[in-house]
Design a protein around this ligand. Structure first.
Ligand code: NAD
Length: 451
């Protein structure tokens, strides 16, 4: 395919997150019988949207107004749960679609939370720590009647971290004294009620999911992670922790990137060395004995596992036909567009979707919330074991449903010879979403529709 054709295809594709989540929803809803139209309408809309604008005095004395969002999509299973991202490209539409994804993710991994998400439109790379603290405190104080330990519980996401969560907790705790407020936010520093293993959870969870998926022998030549050649886009919380876990499992990490570009090394990268280099230089680019590549090149590398762990819409109609990985493990949320999903399916490339792959973050956030209720701290091994078994169970649930389509398609149900491109066998994203939608609609009806 020529570059021009590639560009044209990408130009025609909608990257609107609301459109994308609707397309994914519709496709999954087709798999569910007797879905009541009124419930579909309910699930398509967020339950609540809060938009705020607030002024902040910057270090140089100038004043800048920031816009921020908090969206709760659904609370049928429990309080809203979802990260807060700080990014210049954050839009309300993006936050809505990410809140929906949280609803499905929590339902799929059987966590008693609903879906929520938040975002502040800002560029952390141009803000000092003091400015970020002021933004976070102002955001929290204005949202103090919106968030709460039993209503809506934030967590870290793109460009927010444990420090951000500590500021949120502190601000909320000052405004709402006389309560145990620790469960208002997860992903806190350990000293403030954070859970051991939360920082590692999303990345490790992705690797546990990949390990379990490979063990199903759908890719006969790669039934475990040993020797798998892995390329990871993004070296933040998710990408860096996943790199560590892949490396521990004997995989060879041949490429890693961050916002400034990527590095490639056929002999394999040691994530500890990459981490040390990035801490010193602020980027992975320029690490000795590596070749510099672009983020676009990283996605198209010859490899076994490709893990997008940065932004959304990275794999799209314009590059899906150039992807050479045999398995895509979605560390990031929404990294693959619906058009790309179609292309990848036709080409026999498996996608372990975000709703399954990166559910380890919310899983350990839930464990943190449980520990906070009892003022307990579980040891790291206990957290990790519970995370692993929940990730395995999530993969099994989706795989078993997928297999029922395979059995319907061919009498032997032999997964090793299955043609995954068949129209009658849905992809894993669609199946995972359908399971989650079923669970949420069943719970809605069980609760009884008010009054
Ligand atoms: P982070 O801020 O810790 O790291 C983001 C990484 O992406 C950084 O290495 C950054 O340099 C890189 N990046 C930014 N722009 C890029 C670009 N244009 N091209 C390539 N790389 C770029 O964020 P994170 O917490 O690791 O989150 C990464 C993704 O994982 C997001 O999509 C997030 O929604 C998703 N996610 C995170 C969690 C969690 O627990 N942190 C849970 C589930 C999903």
């Amino acid at each position: 395919m020529s570059d021009k054709q590639t560009d044209n295809q990408a130009d025609e594709e909608s990257f609107d997150p609301v459109v994308i989540s609707e397309q994914q929803f519709e496709k999954a809803a087709h798999l569910i019988r007797h879905l009541k139209k009124g419930l579909v309408d309910f699930l398509k809309q967020p339950k609540r949207i809060n938009i705020i604008n607030f002024p902040i005095e910057l270090d140089d004395g100038t004043v800048e107004t920031f816009q921020a969002y908090r969206v709760v999509h659904n609370r049928v299973f429990g309080p809203g749960k979802g990260g807060i991202r700080y990014h210049p490209d954050v839009t309300m539409e993006e936050v809505i679609s990410l809140a929906k994804l949280m609803t499905w993710k929590c339902a799929l991994v059987n966590i008693p939370f609903g879906g929520a998400k938040g975002g502040v439109v800002c560029d952390v790379k141009h803000l000092s720590e003091r400015e970020l603290r002021r933004i976070t405190r102002r955001f929290t104080s204005e949202m103090s009647d919106v968030i709460g330990p039993y209503t809506d519980i934030p967590a870290p996401d793109l460009y927010t971290n444990e420090q951000t969560m500590a500021w949120i907790f502190d601000t909320y705790d000052v405004l709402k004294p006389n309560h145990n407020n620790r469960p208002v936010v997860t992903g806190k520093p350990i000293e403030m009620g954070g859970s051991l293993g939360r920082h590692e959870a999303t990345g490790y969870g992705c690797v546990y999911a990949a390990r379990r998926f490979l063990s199903k022998a759908l890719i006969p030549e790669q039934q475990d992670l040993a020797g798998a050649r892995v390329a990871i886009q993004g070296f933040g919380d998710v990408g860096a922790m996943a790199a560590k876990a892949y490396f521990r499992d004997g995989a060879k990490i041949i490429a890693i990137s961050d916002s400034q570009g990527g590095i490639y090394c056929e002999a394999g990268l040691d994530p500890g060395d990459v981490d040390a280099f990035k801490s010193e230089h602020g980027t992975v680019v320029g690490m000795p004995d590596t070749m510099t590549i672009t983020n676009a090149e990283l996605l198209e590398l010859e490899c076994d596992i490709l893990m997008p762990a940065a932004l959304g819409n990275q794999i799209h109609a314009g590059n899906a036909s150039n992807i050479k990985a045999i398995l895509i493990v979605e560390g990031a949320n929404n990294p693959t567009t619906p058009a790309a999903d179609e292309v990848l399916k036709k080409r026999g490339i498996h996608v372990l979707p975000d709703i399954v792959a990166n559910a380890g973050g919310v899983t350990v956030s839930y464990y943190e919330w449980v520990q906070n209720q009892a003022n307990e701290q579980w040891d790291a091994e206990k957290v990790d074991e519970k995370l692993k078994s929940r990730m395995y169970a999530a993969v099994d649930t989706v795989f078993n449903r997928w297999q029922s389509y395979v059995v319907g398609e061919q009498s032997s149900g032999d997964t090793e010879t299955v043609d995954i491109a068949s129209q009658d066998i849905p992809d894993f994203r669609t199946i995972a979403l359908a399971i989650a939608i079923e669970r949420v609609t069943e719970a809605t009806l069980l609760r009884g529709i008010w009054p």
